[in-house]
Design a protein around this ligand. Structure first.
Ligand SMILES: Nc1ncnc2c1ncn2[C@@H]1O[C@H](COP(=O)(O)OP(=O)(O)O)[C@@H](O)[C@H]1O
Ligand SMILES: [Mg+2]
Length: 309
């Protein structure tokens, strides 16, 4: 195998778009996901996340634009063997055991028969289902079914795994388990593309995120860039008159609670100017605190900024 530094991105797309009739499901996705990264694809229901995954794995064809997966054009059949996919909705035959489901899917995935048992065992181990491997799927809880779905996606040790809302149907324990699986994949160097409308999920495991709304990317970057740009600043200041407060509007929106002024959109670079202005306006500054924004608040801001209601 070639050393990782010689490999191009795991995923690359240019203006990838999908329309159904006059309905735009994805408006033009341009992004690059380096190998080994856990990439979060984040947005509300109906934003176009599932459409993006289906385009990437080659289940549907784009209306416009193009992309590559592991260096090969989208839809390439050989590349499919190198990727794993956990669909948003799936159901396995209730009368089969987990092991049988995995052996069946190994066969469907074209894994040679001598390797199917070992591949299935390895996937069962990764998702923590070894003990229940010979029980019927019909007796499984939702969380166990989801782990089985993950195991199917991991058959053949794919280089790149697509997970479409892997935790939305799960309780906190199930969510924790799925996050652990994602972390172990990352440790092995597997690239993970994670769709989610659950911000806290993405926040906990992703290196970078794209936020999409109504088919468009509205923010993309390292998690702390996307989150960090939301950070506000809290200043404890007294002595400001109402007139002075009016003039503070040049720093954007703020709220006041006793002596604490919270400015919602002041970047790191703008803090000194803000403090200087407060002093100039007659304020006595006692404390300045950065507010570390959560992805949740940033997400809501982005939605508001683009007129999402
Ligand atoms: N097969 C389809 N036919 C028509 N419209 C579709 C189809 N699939 C998705 N859409 C529409 O495209 C938009 C994006 O859907 P989807 O990708 O499923 O969003 P998400 O996964 O983010 O919830 C939605 O408005 C949805 O109704
Ligand atoms: Mg979806």
């Amino acid at each position: 195998m070639r050393p990782p530094q010689n490999l191009g991105p795991a995923i690359e797309t240019t203006e990838l778009a999908k329309r159904y009739g006059n309905q735009t499901a994805l408006a033009g996705l341009t992004m690059s996901v380096p190998r080994g990264e856990v990439f979060g694809f984040l947005g509300p229901n109906g934003a176009g996340k599932t459409t993006a995954i289906k385009l990437l794995v080659g289940l549907i064809r784009p209306s416009a634009g193009q992309g590559t997966l592991l260096g090969e054009p989208l839809g390439d059949r050989e590349t499919r063997r190198r990727i794993g996919y956990l669909p948003e909705l799936f159901r396995y035959q209730e009368w089969l055991t987990a092991r049988e489901v995995l052996v069946l899917h190994s066969e469907l995935a074209g894994i040679p028969s001598v390797m199917r048992a070992r591949e299935s065992d390895s996937a069962l181990d990764t998702v923590g289902l070894v003990r229940r491997a010979d029980d019927r799927v019909g007796t499984y809880s939702k969380g166990m079914q989801q782990r089985l779905g993950l195991a199917v996606a991991l058959l053949g040790q794919p280089e790149l795994v697509f997970l479409d809302e892997p935790t939305s149907a799960l309780d906190p324990v199930g969510r924790h388990d799925v996050r652990e699986v994602i972390r172990s994949l990352k440790q092995r160097g597997t690239t993970v593309f994670l769709n989610s409308h659950l911000l806290t999920e993405v926040e906990q495991v992703c290196d970078r995120v794209a936020v999409i709304d109504r088919g468009r990317v509205i923010a993309i970057g390292a998690l702390d860039e996307v989150v960090g740009s939301a950070s506000g600043v809290r200043v404890r200041v007294n002595g400001l008159t109402t007139v002075a407060e009016e003039q503070l509007r040049t720093h954007g929106g703020f709220t006041v609670e006793q002596d604490w002024y919270t400015f919602q959109a002041v970047s790191d670079e703008e803090v000194p100017a803000l403090v200087a202005n407060l002093v100039r306006l007659g304020g006595q500054v006692h404390a300045v605190e950065r507010q570390t924004g959560s992805l949740e608040s940033r997400f809501l801001e982005l939605m508001e900024a683009t007129g999402h209601s």
